[in-house]
Design a protein around this ligand. Structure first.
Ligand code: SF4
Length: 317
C-alpha cells in the first residue's frame, strides 16, 4: 500500500509531553520511525519503528487493565451482565503473561511490532516477589474499580446513554487535528455529560489539563455548555476519584495551551504542506540524564549507553 513521505501532523497531550521532555525523542517518536515497516533492519527508520512500539511494565499493566475494563463494559452494554472483579483480574493476568512470554522470546526481532518490554531490553531481572506484586496490583485495580462510585454510575446508567469515546476523541484547532480519547463518556438522566478516565499509575497533579482538553472536545463537537460537563479521573491503586464540573475558564485555557504548543511544534517543521520535519540535528537532546534512562530511543541516540544496554545494536548518528 502506498503511503505518504511523512506522517500527518496532529496534536495531543501525550505528544506535547514528549515534545517538552526531549526534542530528539520527539523526532524519533513522531518522524524518525516513518516508513520503518518497509525499511532495512539496520536503518534508523526500522529501528525507531521497533523502539517506538516498546512499552514498560507499568505502561503495559495500564493498557491491559484499560482493555479489560473496556471489554467488560462493552459486554455489559450488550448483555446486561458483568463478570466478578476477580474474573477480570484473571483475564488481565493472562494477557500480561502472554505479552511477557512473547517479549522474552524476542519475537520483535522478526516482527518489529511484536511485544517488546523495555525492561527486557535493558536486561532487568524481576524477582519472584516483584512479579507477585504486579499480579497483586492487578487484583487491587479491579477490586477498587468495582468499589468506585464512577464504575457504579456506569453500571447504573442505561447503556443507551453511553457515548462511543472515539467520537469525542478529536477536534480541530487552527486546521490541526487535536486528539485525546477518554476511557468512558456517558449522558446522565438530567442531561449532563460525564467523562471518566481510569488510572493505574500514581496520582500526580490534579489532571486538570487532561480533563479540560476532553471538555474542549465536548464543547466543540457536541455543543455542550461547560457547566453541563463533568470530568473525573479514577485512580485504581490506591482508589481515589478526583474531578468535578469542568469550568469554562479551564476549557479556554486548554485551547490556548494547545494552540501555543501546536505553534511550538510547527517551528520544527521544514515544509508544512507535507509535514516534512527539519533534520534530526535541529531537534536538541535533553541534558536530563534521568529522562535518557527512561527513553526507548537510547540505542539510536547515546553512543555510550547504547553500547552498554544494546550490545548488538549500532548507534545513530
Ligand atoms: S536518550 Fe535522552 S537525549 Fe536521546 S532521545 Fe532519549 S531522552 Fe532524548
Amino acid at each position: 500500500m502506498a503511503f505518504n513521505d511523512y506522517p500527518s501532523f496532529s496534536w495531543s497531550l501525550s505528544r506535547k509531553k514528549v515534545f517538552e521532555t526531549c526534542k530528539r525523542q520527539y523526532y524519533f517518536q513522531y518522524y524518525g520511525y516513518w516508513g520503518g515497516w518497509n525499511a532495512p533492519p539496520a536503518s534508523v527508520a526500522y529501528r525507531a519503528y521497533r523502539l517506538k512500539n516498546m512499552t514498560t511494565l507499568p505502561m503495559l499493566l495500564g493498557s491491559i487493565v484499560h482493555e479489560v475494563i473496556e471489554d467488560a463494559i462493552k459486554g455489559y452494554s450488550a448483555s446486561g451482565s458483568i463478570p466478578e472483579y476477580f474474573q477480570l483480574a484473571y483475564e488481565a493476568r493472562k494477557r500480561l503473561s502472554d505479552f511477557w512470554e512473547r517479549s522474552l522470546a524476542k519475537e520483535w526481532k522478526l516482527k518489529p511490532k511484536s511485544p517488546n518490554l523495555f525492561e527486557h531490553g535493558v536486561g532487568r531481572e524481576f524477582t519472584r516477589e516483584q512479579r507477585g506484586e504486579v499480579r497483586e496490583q492487578i487484583v487491587r485495580c479491579f477490586r477498587n474499580l468495582y468499589d468506585s462510585e464512577k464504575f457504579r454510575l456506569v453500571l447504573d446508567t442505561n447503556p443507551e446513554s453511553y457515548r462511543v469515546p472515539e467520537r469525542l476523541a478529536s477536534t480541530r484547532i487552527d486546521g490541526v487535528e487535536v486528539f485525546g480519547v477518554p476511557d468512558m463518556a456517558l449522558r446522565t438522566a438530567d442531561d449532563a455529560q460525564i467523562i471518566i478516565d481510569w488510572k493505574t499509575g500514581k496520582q500526580r497533579g490534579d489532571g486538570q489539563d487532561q480533563l479540560s482538553t476532553y471538555g474542549l472536545f465536548i464543547t466543540r463537537e457536541l455543543g455542550f455548555e461547560p457547566c453541563r460537563i463533568e470530568g473525573y479521573l479514577v485512580y485504581l491503586d490506591p482508589l481515589a476519584e478526583v474531578g468535578g464540573t469542568i469550568s469554562a475558564e479551564s476549557i479556554k485555557s486548554a485551547e490556548e495551551n494547545a494552540r501555543k504548543s501546536i505553534l511550538d511544534m510547527i517551528s520544527y517543521i521544514e515544509d508544512r504542506v507535507v509535514n516534512k520535519p527539519k533534520s534530526a540535528e535541529h531537534f536538541p537532546k535533553t541534558t536530563d540524564e534521568n529522562e535518557c534512562k527512561r527513553c526507548f530511543f537510547q540505542e539510536l541516540c547515546h553512543r555510550d549507553s547504547a553500547l552498554k544496554l544494546f550490545p548488538e545494536a549500532g548507534v545513530f548518528p
